[in-house]
Every structure is written in structure tokens, then in C-alpha cells.
Design a protein around this ligand. Structure first.
Ligand SMILES: C[S@@+](CC[C@H](N)C(=O)[O-])C[C@H]1O[C@@H](n2cnc3c(N)ncnc32)[C@H](O)[C@@H]1O
Length: 332
């Protein structure tokens, strides 16, 4: 029983650490030597050495570990402690703002991991520290994007054989998960921002070295306001439109809904949006905009414990959208 608990704890710890998530265990308890040793092993992990996590995150972890090592007489290998201080001491000095760093997402809760986890369970993503940088929100991965990536992994049959277009792909995590874990017929990563499109390409290259992409894919500039005019869909309409965290700015609702209406006009195209509902009023406004565009929707809420690596401070909604049946009316 105790062994099971320890394994579960370590499994969570690996996943949270690799994507720079909150390590709650470091905040509350005095750690066992075994757990400290385990975290140091993670700090030394070859993936983390090659694609480092954000410096400020590492600083917090090292400080907490140092405190733990100092308070308790831990049986941690001196060599490992020395390594930790040597390797990371420079991080304790003030760092220049905004360097590139990486997060490593282990989307599958079911695989049993050891610190020497094989690289094929990990999707590595280049990120920036701030939610908005270079005039876009697309250079870091959002919770709903992680949720979409996990959902793709758990709903392979929904994606299999489909031509999928993802709107506002951001760093590309969800799409990379879909391409690597499922077998779509074709996957288009799209966004409006040139810097974001470069990051998607880079993230695809990083993961292409260790994963098999199971479908042809493209990275395409596709602003929502241009979808109707685009000739991209003349030949073939997508089977599935996916998007994560695209409902946050009311000024963009019209253009987003114009593009959704365009896709929904094709009765066989399914539309699924993942959204973290931080502001219920904004979300409600979006649903009202759908209604004005003659689109109907159903919503479900993801369970709080959907994945070990998602910190859900606000609920994540899945919205299915289609062309309104003439007999359907909403009252808000
Ligand atoms: C909050 S981010 C979400 C990114 C990613 N889907 C995720 O969940 O991590 C919103 C994304 O939508 C893109 N976006 C915003 N306005 C857009 C527009 N008018 N046309 C196309 N993409 C847009 C941004 O560039 C950004 O990548």
C-alpha cells in the first residue's frame, strides 16, 4: 500500500516537474531522502539538460531542495548534491529576462514512469515566460491546449482518418499530440501570428526527431477574418475543426464566429473548442455571439482531475458547435 502511494506520488512528481508545474509536495512536507534523491535525478535528466526548464522555476526548486537538505540530515548522495549546486549555482544569479526555455509534457497518466523515462513519452515544447509576448498569446501553452492534447490521446478514434484544422494553434502542443498519438488523415496547424508559426515549426522539428508523426501536416497562416476568403478549403472541407483557448477577447468573437460559421456550413464538419472559463461573462458573450451567427452548441465540463499535469484554477469547457437547426432557439 505504502509502495503504491510512493509510486503514485513519484509519477505525479515527474509529470509536474517536467512541465514546470507546481510541485505541491515541496511546499507542504518534509521530504524523505528518497524523494529528494528522486528530484535531483530529474534535474539531471538528459531531456532537461538538453532543453532546459525556465530558470526561475529551477531556482525555486533548488532553493526548496537546499532548505530541505539543510534542515534534515538526509541520506542523499554527496555527489548528487554537489552536482546540483555546481550545475545550477549560476541560476541563483540575476538572469536576463525572457530567454527561451522548454516544457516537457507527459500527457498519458497511465504510463508508469521512472526517472529514466524514455523520451517517447514526452512532447517537448519551446515556450516563453509571459502570457503575452511579441503581441501574441500564442508563445506559451495554455491549460485548455494541454487539455486538448490529453483529450486527443484519449479519443484517438474521433481523430482517426480525419482532415483536421486547428485554429489558433499557439505553440502546437495539442496538434503534435494529435499527430503523434492519433492517425488523422491530414492535420493543419494554423495561426495568425508569424512568430507563433515559427515556434510551431520549431516545436514540430524538436519532436520529429523522437516521435513518428502519423499523418501529413502543414503549418499555415490562417487569420480567422480571412477564412471565408481563403481558397485553401475550395478543394476539400475539413472533417474536424479543433481549437483551444481562443475565447478570451470579445473583440475577436465576430471574426472567430464568422470562420466557425463558414466551417459549419458544411454539415459534415464537426467543431470542438476547448476553453478555460476564467470569466464566465466573457464565455457567455461568446455563446451569445454563436447564437447570433445561427450556430448551435452543446457544452460539457472536464472533470477537475482530468490530468495530473493540468492545474485547473477555472473550469475547462468543451463546446461542440454546428449549424443551427431552424427549430432551435436559445434564451439567455
Ligand atoms: C491563448 S492562445 C492559445 C494557443 C493554444 N491553442 C493553446 O491553447 O496553448 C490563442 C491563439 O490564438 C491565436 N489567434 C488570436 N487571434 C487570432 C486570429 N484572429 N486568427 C487566427 N489566430 C488567432 C493567437 O496567435 C494564439 O496563438
Amino acid at each position: 500500500m505504502v509502495q503504491l502511494y510512493v509510486e503514485k506520488l513519484k509519477n505525479g512528481l515527474i509529470r509536474q516537474f517536467m512541465c514546470a508545474g507546481k510541485l505541491r509536495i515541496l511546499e507542504k512536507s518534509i521530504l524523505t531522502s528518497d524523494t529528494i534523491q528522486f528530484i535531483i535525478t530529474l534535474l539531471r535528466h538528459p531531456i532537461v539538460e538538453k532543453y532546459p526548464l525556465r530558470t526561475s522555476y529551477l531556482v525555486v526548486i533548488i532553493r526548496m531542495l537546499s532548505k530541505q537538505v539543510e534542515i534534515e540530515e538526509h541520506q542523499v548522495c554527496d555527489h548528487d548534491i554537489a552536482y546540483m549546486y555546481c550545475r545550477y549555482a549560476r541560476f541563483m544569479l540575476p538572469q536576463p529576462a525572457g530567454p527561451i526555455f522548454y516544457k516537457h509534457y507527459i500527457l498519458d497518466d497511465d504510463i508508469d514512469l521512472k526517472p529514466g523515462l524514455t523520451i517517447d513519452s514526452v512532447i517537448t515544447i519551446q515556450e516563453t515566460a509571459t502570457f503575452v509576448s511579441d503581441g501574441t498569446t500564442g508563445l506559451c501553452t495554455w491549460e485548455a491546449g494541454v487539455a486538448l492534447g490529453v483529450w486527443a490521446l484519449r479519443n484517438k478514434e474521433k481523430l482517426q482518418g480525419k482532415f483536421i484544422v486547428e485554429l489558433g494553434s499557439g505553440t502546437g502542443l495539442s496538434g503534435i499530440s494529435a499527430c503523434v498519438n492519433c492517425k488523422p488523415r491530414k492535420y493543419w496547424f494554423t495561426d495568425c501570428h508569424a512568430g507563433v508559426l515559427d515556434v510551431i515549426k520549431n516545436n514540430i522539428d524538436i519532436n520529429d526527431m523522437v516521435h513518428t508523426f502519423n499523418c501529413p501536416y502543414e503549418v499555415i497562416k490562417l487569420p480567422w477574418e480571412n477564412v471565408q476568403r481563403s481558397e485553401r478549403f475550395d478543394e476539400e472541407k475539413p472533417d474536424l475543426i479543433l481549437a483551444a483557448d481562443v475565447i478570451y477577447d470579445r473583440t475577436m468573437f465576430e471574426s472567430l464566429c464568422t470562420s466557425l460559421k463558414y466551417f459549419a456550413a458544411n454539415n459534415t464538419t464537426e467543431i470542438i473548442l476547448f476553453s478555460t472559463v476564467r470569466n464566465p461573462e466573457t464565455h457567455q458573450k461568446f455563446l451569445e455571439t454563436l447564437e447570433r451567427f445561427y450556430l448551435e452548441f452543446t457544452e460539457e465540463i472536464l472533470p477537475d482531475n482530468y490530468s495530473m499535469i493540468i492545474e485547473q484554477n477555472s473550469p475547462i469547457h468543451i463546446t461542440n458547435i454546428k449549424k443551427r437547426n431552424v427549430n432551435t432557439y436559445y434564451t439567455f
